[in-house]
Design a protein around this ligand. Sequence first.
Ligand code: SF4
Ligand code: MG
Length: 291
Amino acid sequence: MTQPSPCSGDYDSKNLCTWCDGCGDYGVLGATKRALVELGLEPHQVLLCFDVGCHGNMSDKLLGYRFHGLHGRVISLASGAALANPDVPILAFGGDGACFSEGVGHLVHAIRSNYNMTFVLHNNANYGLTTGQASSLTPKGEKMNTAPQGSVEDTLNSMDFVFSLKPTFVARTFSGDIRQMTDVFKAAVNHRGFSYVDVLQACPTYNKFASHEYLLERVYDVQKEEHDISNFEKARALAVDTSERIATGVLYKNNESVPYIDRVEARKGVKTRLVDEVASVDITPLLKNFK
Ligand code: SF4
Ligand code: MG
C-alpha cells in the first residue's frame, strides 16, 4: 500500500509501508495523520513516540518529531517528554507484547500518575514482529508459534486491569474504522491527563482468532447508544464484557482530571517549563572535575 492520502497534509512520508496486506497498522497510520490534521496540529507541534514492534515501523512512515525507543519503554520516554514540556501534545504507540509484558510497569505508573499524554495500544493479541508469539493478551488455548499445542497461560484482562488503576480517559476503537479511530484519537489528545486508547487491530498473518471480519461483526459504538462517559462503573462493565458485543468509542472520561505536573506544588506558578530549565544549566563548573 502506498501513500499519500488526501487528508494527511504535511505528515506524508515518501517511505513505503512494509506491513503485511490487511494489517491494521495501515488504518492506525491513516487515522493518526487524519486526527492530527483535523486537530490543526502541524508536524512540528506534536511528539510521536514509538515502541518496538510491527507498529513501530510507522515511525518513518509519517513526518514530524518522532522518537523510536526501546522495546517496552515507549510510555516511560513519552512520560519524560510530557513532564519536560507540557505544551507539546504527545502520542505514544505500543503493542500488547511490549506494553502488557516487559513495559507493563510503565503503563501502571503512567496511568496512576496521570501524565498528560495519549497512549495508543496496538492490540493484535500477539507479538507480530517476532512471528506470532503468544502475548499476555492472547486468549488462553490459542495455538501460536511459541505454543503449538495452545497457550497455557491465563489471559490478562487488560481492560479490567486498566480500570483498576483509576484512569481518567479510556477508549477502545477498531483498526477497520478509520473515522471512529480519528475521532477517538482527537478526543484522547484533547483530554488533560493520561488517555488510554485500545485499538483492536487485525493481524491477518498471526492472529487467526480475532480477524478483521470477527471484530467487524462484534464492535459497536457506545456514542450511538447514549452512553454516559462520566460513569466509571458502567464504562468498566462495558469495557470488560466482550462476550457478545465489543463496546468501542470513548468509554470513560473524567472531566475533573488534573495531570501530574499540575499537581506538583513546586511547579505551581512557575512560568518556565522543565525543558527550559535544563537547557539553561551551565555545566562548565561540573566539567572541571573531569580534567
Ligand atoms: Fe501486521 Fe501482523 Fe504482519 Fe505485523 S505480522 S505487519 S502486525 S499483519
Ligand atoms: Mg502485538
